[in-house]
Design a protein around this ligand. Structure first.
Ligand code: ADP
Length: 503
């Protein structure tokens, strides 16, 4: 389907810099690479070195117009493809992405600074898994028969919504995009994605690869800035659904724009996810669990990061010491080095923001912040955006570090004596995305799980998003669910009722 020749390699490549160069300056619209209509582009910088690795097309309303028009035309034909065949096509995309997983992992490590071994490979494999999962769900787009009256057959059918716009962030861009694109396509919609300005390359490559299998126009990719490119995309009259992952602030803007047009919106926003640790937990497993939960390997740049850890007093000090020792043993460095555990912060702006939080924590009377792990010694990483993970104790509960999403390697620990007080503290922020509980008392764990204000609660584990399990927040953490069959049915189709009077 692709216009040939084009500069990107057919076979998977492990030369991430050559691939980044080949992907430079392009959107992907209507089955082919195209430059921005304005001719403008912006730099894509490797946060580990500070060096420019590519430039991305700077989209505006005219690129949005072209992409949405192509998606609209493609949607009419795509919706007529039988649902299971659409699923099978998406499953073929999954296989292609699986073949290119190492390539995608290296490319995402280059543009985001996420460590290859601990983060980027995991993301690339999960992306293939998500497309595979949804690829099998075409046959589940079923309706119902509704008892109404004798001689009247009343049924519901699931229909696609039309053109879907997906706006994605930079922290796990491939995965968060897959959660939107896969169900949207299987349900018979077509998609225009606006990538995050910090990480436009790997998602563009995925779009290109999938366009080898999909009909042209079904999956389009724009790069550009939020207000100039994302804004017109959300507001476009032909866009019939908006799905967004990002900050609460932009989520509100996007939601208002969708409300103006009366189109449905799914929002995956921030989090301040608590972890509650009881003295009867499996100690070693829980300390390791805290490392995973806090997503330290990703410099804490996760909306589900366990950025508040409540520990029952008898094991508090031992737990904090063991956690600090484990983080100390982690290695920060070149994201592409197999020995590296922790990569970089994404951008200078984010770096300043996280540093500001740390400075504020350290200046808080009575509070202590323990800096862990060591800065990389490699001179090539001199300009890298590395921040030492910090574990804060004795912060007041109204501190900004306790209430606000930092999106950096900063967690706050608190001792507790009373489970009810720990629960109240855990519920005491505006967010409600995820939470975890660590105890061998499952009666207590389940009771608290029911009363935690969060979209996802895990006991004795804290995995990242998994296909087949609904994921999404309550309170300011968002609206709607992703990653599951229900999310495809509820958020990417509408139910039409058809009645036949045969009396
Ligand atoms: P983050 O703080 O994680 O960068 P943002 O909410 O700022 O999160 O950005 C998430 C995505 O939303 C990005 O792709 C960004 O370009 C896009 N975005 C930002 N502002 C707007 C806007 N006004 N309209 C639509 N999209 C936007």
């Amino acid at each position: 389907m692709l216009d040939r020749p084009h500069p990107t390699p057919d076979a998977p490549t492990l030369d991430q810099q050559a691939l980044a160069t080949a992907l430079s300056g392009k959107h992907f619209i209507g089955g082919r690479f195209v430059p921005a209509r304005s001719g403008k582009s912006f730099a894509v910088v490797n946060p580990a070195t500070g060096l420019e690795v590519a430039h991305a097309a700077e989209g505006d309303a005219s690129d949005v117009e072209a992409a949405v028009q192509d998606a609209e035309v493609a949607q009419k034909a795509w919706a007529k493809v039988p649902a299971r065949k659409r699923g099978a096509t998406v499953a073929r995309c999954a296989a292609l992405l699986r073949d290119h997983a190492e390539e995608l992992a290296r490319l995402i490590a280059l543009e985001t600074g996420k460590a290859l071994r601990t983060e980027s490979r995991v993301e690339a494999q999960t992306v293939a898994d998500i497309f595979e999962f949804y690829g099998g769900l075409g046959g589940e787009l079923k309706g119902e028969t509704v008892p109404f009256a004798p001689d009247v057959l009343s049924v519901t059918v699931r229909e696609p919504l039309g053109v879907v716009s997906a706006i994605i962030p930079w922290n796990v861009p491939m995965l968060l995009m897959a959660l939107k694109v896969a169900p949207a396509l299987v349900a018979g919609n077509t998609v225009v994605v606006k990538s995050a300005e910090e990480a436009p390359l790997a998602v563009l490559r995925i779009c290109e690869l999938m366009n080898r299998v999909l009909p042209p126009g079904c999956f389009n990719m724009l790069s550009g800035f939020g207000p100039e490119c994302g804004g017109p995309l959300v507001a476009h009259p032909l866009v019939r659904k908006v799905t967004f992952t990002g900050s609460v602030e932009v989520g509100r803007i996007v939601s208002k724009a969708a409300a103006e047009k009366l189109v449905p919106v799914t929002l995956e926003l921030g989090g301040k996810s608590p972890m509650i640790v009881f003295a009867d937990c499996d100690f070693e497993k829980t300390v390791t669990g805290a490392i995973t939960s806090m997503r330290f390997t990703r410099q804490g740049q996760s909306c589900t990061a366990a950025s508040r850890i409540y520990v029952e007093r008898p094991i508090f000090q031992r737990f904090v010491d063991a956690l600090a020792a484990k983080v100390d043993a982690m290695r920060m460095g070149d994201p592409l080095d197999e020995a590296t555990d922790i990569g970089t912060i994404i951008s200078p702006d984010q770096f300043k923001k996280v540093e500001g939080f740390i400075k504020e924590g350290l200046a808080t009377p009575g509070a202590t912040g323990r800096a862990c792990s060591a800065m990389p010694s490699d001179p090539a990483m001199e300009k890298g955006l590395f921040i030492r993970p910090h574990i804060f104790s004795d912060l007041p509960s109204d501190s900004r570090l306790v209430q606000e999403e930092i999106f950096g390697p900063v967690t706050c620990v608190f001792p507790f004596d009373d489970a009810e007080k720990a629960l109240a503290a855990a519920n005491g922020t505006e967010y409600g995305l995820a939470a975890s509980l660590w105890t061998n008392n499952l009666r207590l764990g389940l009771d608290l799980a029911h009363r935690l204000e969060a979209g996802l609660v895990q006991i004795n584990q804290n995995l990242v998003v998994q296909a087949n399990l609904s994921y999404g927040g309550v309170k300011s953490s968002g609206l709607g669910k992703e990653a599951s069959l229900e999310s495809m049915l509820e958020h990417f189709t509408h139910k039409k009722t058809i009645m036949v009077n045969y009396g």
